[in-house]
Design a protein around this ligand. Structure first.
Ligand code: DMJ
Length: 601
């Protein structure tokens, strides 16, 4: 099978799509606009995605009309795109883009480095394939494996399908696809984490469907999984429970934290569920997903900064800890990305995102001593409490997100040409400053690999900006910094981001790679040389970290262009689309009132 990644990501605003959407609506197919009776358990009512317009048979006449539309649309798109490329590169460098090409010396260096990332992926995959294929957990040092679900969930396989597509790895992809088609079942009496299953499994399948050129096998699995996850939203408020049983359809509150769900987890399901709605024509997934944000907004968090726990039954926040690290992070990411996903039409999410980023700048942004590194502090005791100078590596998604929010994913010089506001400029500056800080979190350690958590110095007498507690000094192969470097490289074209990414990759290769070439491992401490392995290879190592590094070293920006694609929080790309005429933002913001807090502690 020969696979080639979609060079110019198809989007749902293409002329072909418009025709399909028009026909679909005109024929009244599929969409009822109501969710009644469409729950799991009433499977006959479930979405008939096979009837989605892409697969409808039209009359010969409409086929001809459609193909004329498509051809004209594609030809027009290609001309506009080529003109844009030529003009923008000529403006930047005074020469057209083909003058340098990617075969020049610099181009060759990055191609070579990109190939080295691919080699790291192959070593990781081959080790997994040899010692753990089909299993949920792989311990590359012991070369053992085990399942979490009775029959396995395909955590690693499904999570890295799209990375293989992007890297054009045909054989492993073929093997992985066969496993998904023949072995993967979600019909298991097993409680899964709602968020992890959505971002890794549902996101992975949707992205594989998209990048494979709409292979329906992936979509069938995705829709089955989405239906099994839906009961997680059946709380009194619609805030999803932390877990759900895939077979019984029972939503299960968290066994810790008084049953509260993590705010980030409850609010980072929306891209995936909305895309399922778009693909199936069924509104139910959309409605469940957007209801969550309506409830969060009704909590009226001060300056858009939300506490990190929320109660599914009351919709009230629990406790008053606020941070952009664990349990808070992707809430802010998905506010922006929901706005971008539907081609910047849903202002409500933009408004909430802007409020939150203003809140971050006003209340959390700090400078370390003595060098003045910018960091995002935490509030352990409520919005008016004291700041803690702690920052999780997880926060390093923020530089990339700010850059995306500032430019909409367009190259900086293009974004600046239109209306460039003070807020956009200040978001971009914060993005760059924070990216430097995240890079410093790698640079200052003995291995050159970042730990899970750092503390910044606030004492004028202190000499080191960053300190690391031994219990926080492990590394879990996390992607957030290289994710931001990739986005900043695409947007600014400043080569420093590639250089930093390369340093980080080399450090991983030096200290996290197993000498027998059977994979890469997590580490017990980034400040020990040599570091002791924490014997585990995370699925996001191949799904995210290596994917972002590979894309960082890619010269061709038309591969997954940020203007047309949104990456979910597990690095699974999905196309932006127009929500109309089938879907709309189904809620409005209410007036301001102070946050209500349940069980504050
Ligand atoms: C991934 O599962 C996702 O990136 C998530 O948003 C945060 N945690 C891991 C990676 O660090």
């Amino acid at each position: 099978m020969s696979f080639s990644v979609q060079q110019n990501a198809p989007d749902f605003s293409s002329s072909a799509r418009s025709v399909e959407e028009y026909l679909w609506t005109a024929r009244g197919a599929g969409f009822s606009g109501t969710s009644a009776g469409r729950h799991r358990g009433n499977d006959s009512d479930l979405p008939l995605y096979k009837d989605k317009p892409l697969h409808q048979s039209f009359s010969q006449r409409s086929k001809r009309a459609r193909s004329i539309w498509i051809t004209t649309g594609i030809a027009f798109g290609v001309i506009v795109y080529m003109l844009y490329r030529i003009l923008s590169s000529a403006k930047d460098a005074g020469k057209p883009s083909w003058f340098f090409g990617s075969t020049g010396r610099r181009g060759k260096i990055w191609k070579d480095r990109q190939n080295q990332v691919k080699e790291a992926f192959l070593e990781s995959w081959n080790g997994y394939e040899k010692y753990a294929f089909g299993k949920d957990i792989y311990r590359p040092v012991a070369k053992t494996s085990r399942n979490m679900a009775p029959e396995g969930m395909g955590w690693i396989i499904v999570d890295c399908l799209d990375t293989m597509m992007i890297m054009n790895l045909e054989e492993p992809l073929q093997h992985a696809r066969e496993w998904v088609a023949n072995n993967l079942t979600y019909d298991q009496d097993y409680e899964v984490n709602t968020f992890e299953t959505t971002i890794r499994m549902l996101g992975g399948l949707l992205s594989a469907h998209y990048l494979s050129g709409y292979d329906d096998m992936y979509l069938e699995k995705a829709v089955d999984l989405a239906n099994r996850l839906l009961p997680a939203f059946d709380s009194a408020t619609g805030i999803p429970y932390a877990s759900v049983n895939l077979q019984t359809g029972k939503g299960v509150p968290s066994h810790d934290d008084g049953g509260a769900s993590s705010t980030a987890e409850a609010t980072s399901l929306q891209l995936e569920f909305k895309y399922v709605s778009k693909l199936t024509g069924e509104a139910l997934y959309w409605e469940k997903a957007e209801r969550v944000i309506e409830v969060i907004d009704s909590g009226k968090a001060v300056d858009g900064l939300v506490p990190i726990f929320i109660m599914p039954e009351t919709g009230g926040f629990r406790g008053d800890q606020i941070r952009l690290g664990s349990r808070g992070d992707s809430y802010y990411e998905y506010l922006l990305k929901q706005y971008l996903q539907t081609n910047s039409k849903e202002d409500i999410y933009r408004m909430m995102y802007d409020e939150s980023m203003a809140g971050v700048k006003k209340r959390l942004m700090q400078k370390s001593m003595p060098s003045g590194l910018t960091y995002v502090a935490e509030l352990d005791h409520g919005i008016d409490g004291a700041l803690s100078p702690k920052m999780d590596h997880l926060v390093c998604f923020l530089p990339g997100n700010l850059a995306l929010g500032s430019t909409g994913g367009y190259p900086l010089h293009i974004a600046q040409r239109t209306s460039w506001t003070i807020t956009q400029a200040s978001d971009m500056k914060l993005a760059k400053d924070l990216a430097r800080t995240c890079y410093e979190m790698y640079r200052v350690t003995k291995t050159g690999i970042a730990p899970e958590i750092v503390y910044f110095n606030t004492d004028p007498k202190g000499t080191e900006d960053i300190s690391i507690k031994w219990q926080d000094s492990h590394n879990l192969q996390r992607p957030e910094t290289v994710e931001s470097l990739f986005i900043l490289w695409r947007i600014t074209k400043d080569p420093i981001y590639r250089e930093w990414g390369w340093e980080i990759f080399e450090a991983f290769r030096k200290y996290a790679r197993l000498v027998d070439g059977t994979g890469y491992t997590c580490l017990e401490s980034v400040n020990e040389v040599p570091p002791r392995p924490r014997d585990n290879m995370e699925s996001f190592w191949m799904a995210e970290t290596l994917k972002y590094l590979y894309l960082l070293f890619e010269d061709d920006d038309s591969i997954l262009p940020l203007e047309n694609v949104v990456f979910n929080t597990e690095a699974h790309p999905m196309p932006k689309f127009n929500m109309e005429p089938l879907f709309k933002t189904g809620w409005a913001r209410s007036s301001s009132q102070p946050a209500h807090v349940v069980g504050a502690q």
